[in-house]
Write a protein that binds this ligand. Structure first.
Ligand code: IFM
Length: 455
């Protein structure tokens, strides 16, 4: 295959999230989050796994940063645990929680690695969930206060700030079908949560900008939604609905166009959106400098009146059939189609021009096995997955998309939410009994990609 070079200054990195790697769930004043509660609720997470210890990154962060430096990462995307900073969501700031991220940021900078901070990657303080969680408007206001508290401590060293990670998951999986914490199953609550998450993003962005934040963004798991049959009007209508629920419901208000009429009409079939108040859309449209895109797999849909729909897309039963994924699949059962990434990047660039993008997550879970006698983990499938998606990203760049960086998901094997530890996304293997880290072949391959700035 031909050699591909990425643009100069293209940012190569890796991503993780607090609850998935930190552990130390009860240390230094951290309060409980909705994921602590959920993972302790029987039947919610595979074999009752929890993030109590996870990768013990809270104590091993210095070694983990050394590993990142060895791989040549230019950026590391991590999230801050809100319950470490404000254990009950709203009260006084817990300085010991901030101290951890202070140490982490200094260690990263000491190794020449740019910290990309995400303020919310799903671990809402349980005390706020007890007051309604993201279905309550006040949560958006508390989020902005918390964001500023973090900025006050880290803003002198952190340049890149992301408000939310994948609000689609927080809203639809957390409040709609209950697969994620807090485990509620109420489509109306899911739509309320979408709005309050976006409002929280807007309020936090405004406050962070006023405080001096340089680069502000949000990360969305956007969908490359494709019709089963490109000539069918019914399939096109199904694509429009699913695209509305996954992409336009977020991107349109974020970029100043307000909620799309067709999406609001769909929401009204479930709940009257009286939670959207005058002025909210203006707040949500606070300017951003960067759009983070998480891409793993495409979605194929058909328009069918007997369609089963999907509980992850409220109100799609009776109009949409989600096609079963066709191989090759990852260990999550997700279809591997790198071309979907090119399509998605080009579509966002065309419909929402002027927004620089970074791929803030991309990667695959595969049944890697354990390190062999020579300490090798031959994760050929993952190398293939990453190689294919980097070629797809490069293709988008060569067609004019303003893509500034790529962050692999994930640096480490970690707690994969409802799947617990049984799914492994890391380019570094973690032995959960000993906490030993072993770079897989994909890590060594990625190291070379970074060194060459290309494939
Ligand atoms: O592990 C998650 C991550 O927390 C958010 N994006 C998708 C990943 C894989 O499921």
């Amino acid at each position: 295959m031909s050699k591909l070079r990425f643009p100069e200054n293209f940012v190569w990195g890796a991503a993780t999230a607090a609850y998935q790697i930190e552990g130390a769930a009860r240390e230094d004043g951290r309060g409980p989050s909705i994921w602590d509660t959920f993972s302790r609720t029987p039947g919610r997470v595979f074999q009752g796994h929890t993030g109590d210890v996870a990768c013990d990154h809270y104590h091993r962060y210095a070694d983990d940063v050394a590993l990142m430096a060895d791989l040549g990462l230019a950026a590391y995307r991590f999230s801050i645990a809100w319950p470490r900073i404000r254990p009950d969501g709203t009260g006084p700031v817990n300085p010991r929680g901030l101290d951890f991220y202070d140490r982490l940021v200094d260690t990263l900078l000491g190794r020449g690695i740019d910290p990309f901070v995400t303020l919310y990657h799903w671990d809402l303080p349980q005390a706020l969930e007890d007051q309604g969680g993201w279905t309550a408007r006040e949560t958006a206001e508390h989020f902005a206060d918390y964001a500023v508290a973090v900025y006050r401590r880290l803003g002198d060293r952190v340049r890149t700030w992301t408000t939310l990670n994948e609000p689609w998951c927080s809203a639809y999986l957390g409040y709609g079908n209950g697969v994620h914490a807090p485990g509620r199953r109420d489509a109306g609550a899911a739509f309320r949560a979408v709005h309050h998450l976006l409002l929280g993003h807007g309020l936090a962005s405004r406050a962070l900008r006023a405080a001096g934040a340089e680069v502000l963004g949000i990360t969305l798991n956007l969908g490359d939604v494709q019709p089963a049959d490109g000539d069918s009007a019914a399939d096109a209508a199904a694509v429009r609905l699913v695209d509305g629920l996954q992409n336009r419901i977020f991107l349109d208000p974020l970029t100043g166009a307000g909620y799309p009429d067709d999406v609001l009409a769909h929401v009204r079939r479930t709940v009257e959106p009286d939670f959207i108040r005058d002025g909210d859309e203006k707040v949500i449209a606070a300017p951003i400098d960067l759009l983070g895109i998480n891409y793993y797999s495409p979605t194929y849909v058909a328009g069918r009146t007997d369609g089963a729909g999907s509980s992850a897309y409220p109100g799609t039963a009776g109009s949409v059939e989600f096609l079963p994924p066709v191989g090759p699949l990852t260990d999550m059962g997700w279809m591997i189609e790198p071309a979907g990434l090119t399509r998605l990047l080009e579509r966002v660039a065309a419909d929402y021009p002027g927004l620089p993008m970074v791929i803030t997550e991309n990667g695959g879970a595969f049944p890697d096995g354990v390190p062999d006698a020579g300490d090798r983990v031959a994760d050929t499938d993952r190398v293939g997955y990453l190689d294919g998606h980097l070629r797809a990203a490069h293709e988008a760049i060569s067609r004019g998309v303003d893509l500034r960086g790529y962050l692999v998901w994930s640096l480490l094997d970690n707690f994969e939410w409802a799947e617990g530890y049984r799914k492994r996304f890391g380019i570094v293997h973690v032995d959960y009994l000993t906490q030993r880290r072993t770079p897989k072949e994909s890590a060594r391959w990625y190291q070379e990609v970074i060194a060459r700035n290309g494939l």
